[in-house]
Design a protein around this ligand. Sequence first.
Ligand code: FRU
Length: 468
Amino acid sequence: MSDEELLRPRDHFAPARGWLNDPNGLVLHDGEHHLFFQHNPDSLVHGPISWGHAVSPDLVRWTELPTALAATATEHVWSGSVVHDVANTSGLGADGAGPLVALYTRFEPGTGRQSQCLAHSLDRGRTWERYSGNPVLDIGSSAFRDPKVLRHDDGWLMVVVLAEARTVELYRSPDLIAWEHWSSFGPEGSVEGLWECPDLVRVPVEDGQDGRTAWVLLVSVSDGAPAGGSGMQYVVGELGEGGFASTQPARWVDHGADFYAAISYSDVPGPEPVVQAWMSNWQYADRVPATVFRGSMTLARRLALRPRDGELRLVQHPVVRAGEAAYALTEHALAGTLELPVAARSYRVVAEVDPGTARAFGLHLRVGRDERTTLRVEQDPRTVTLDRRRSGTVEVHPAFAAAHTAPLPDYGRAVRLEVVVDVASVEVFAGGGEVVLTDQVFPSPSSTGLAVFAEDGEAHVRRLTVLV
Ligand code: FRU
C-alpha cells in the first residue's frame, strides 16, 4: 500500500483525487446507483466546484467516472439533485426515452449570486447538456440553494433553502423547467447555523401496521450541532394543501460530528428511503489528514420511523458489504477486557449485549500502542459515547479531540449494536439503529486491535460477530 493510499476507505466512496463535499443527484437508474458529488479535483480544499460522478451496483462497490458537470469561470456547480423524467415532462428526452434531469445551484463566483439551473442527460448520466434557458429559478438571492426534486401528484416538487432565513421553500412544476412557489417551512428547530441541503422523504413506520408512513423533512445546519459545528436535523410532519408542517419537534439525525448534507436516492424501490451523507464537518473539513484526496461519503442508510414516547423517531440501518465472519462469540459472561483475535482496519461488529451488573460495556476499536477509539454504553443513565480523544491524529482542530454522547432509550435488557469501521471512520448504530454516531478517526495503520469490555460488574454478551 502506498503512503498516498493509506487513508483510502475500503467500502466508503472517496474520489481518486481532490476535495469532496456533499453528495448530489443520487438516483437509481437502469441498475446503477449514481452518486454525483461536490468535487474540486485539482485541490484539497473547497473552490471551483464541479459535479464528480461515481456509480455502484450495490452502494458498496463504487466506480468513479469522468466529471459530469464542470465548473466554469462564471458558474460553480453547487449541490442539487437528479430525477428520471420517465414521462418526458420536460420535453428534453429523445426517441421516446425520458432524460435524466439535474437541478443544481449555480454559484456565481464574482457576485456570490445563487440560482437554480437545469441540465439533462440521455446516456445514463455519462454526458450532460446545460439547458439554454438557465437559470430556471432565480430570485436574485445570494443564499438560495441546494434544490432537491421529487415526484408529487402529477408533477414535481422542489425543496430548496433560503440558507440565511433558515427556511425550506417548496416549489411546484409540471415540467421541471417552470417553477412556481408553493409554500415555506421554518425557521424551526436548530437555527444557529445556515440551513442547507433539504430533502423531503416518505418514511415507513416500523410498528407492523400495514403501510403506515410519515413525511420527514431533512435539513443540514452549518453550525450548532450537538457534536459541534455542522450537523443534520429531521422534522416529522405532514404534507398537505398548505405545504409541509411539523407534527413533532425537530431532532438530530446523527450524534457524531461527521454526518452532513445527506439526501435520498431517487427511484429506489421502497418502502424505506435510502440516504447518504458527506462524512465530515465544516468546522474542520479542510484540515483533516489528506494525501491525494480529502473527504468521503458515509455508508448509504435505509430509513424507518419507530414509535417512541408518543413520537416517531428516525431509525437508520447501514447498507453494508455481506462480509465474512472472522470471529464470533455467543452467550459469554464478560468482566474486564477481552482482546479479540482480529487485526483489521475495515470491519463490522454486530452484537447484542445484556449489560447485567456492569456499569458500562463497550468496544475498543483500532487499538494501537497509544491509540484507541472507544465506544461505551453506560447503564445509568443509559447513554452511548463514541470517544475519539485518543484515536490517533486529533490535532486537526480543537473540537476534533472529543467524545460524543447520545441518550439511549430504554427498550429492555439487551442492547443491539452495529459498528462499521473503515480505515478512517467509525459509524455506530445502537438500539437497533435508533441512536447513531458517525465520526472520522485517523489512527496509525498499525493500530488494528479490537477488544470488548465490561466495567465494574459482569455483562452478558449474547452474541457478537466480527465481519471482514
Ligand atoms: C453544504 C454546501 C451547500 C452548497 C455546497 C457547496 O455543505 O454548503 O449548501 O451547495 O456545500 O459546495
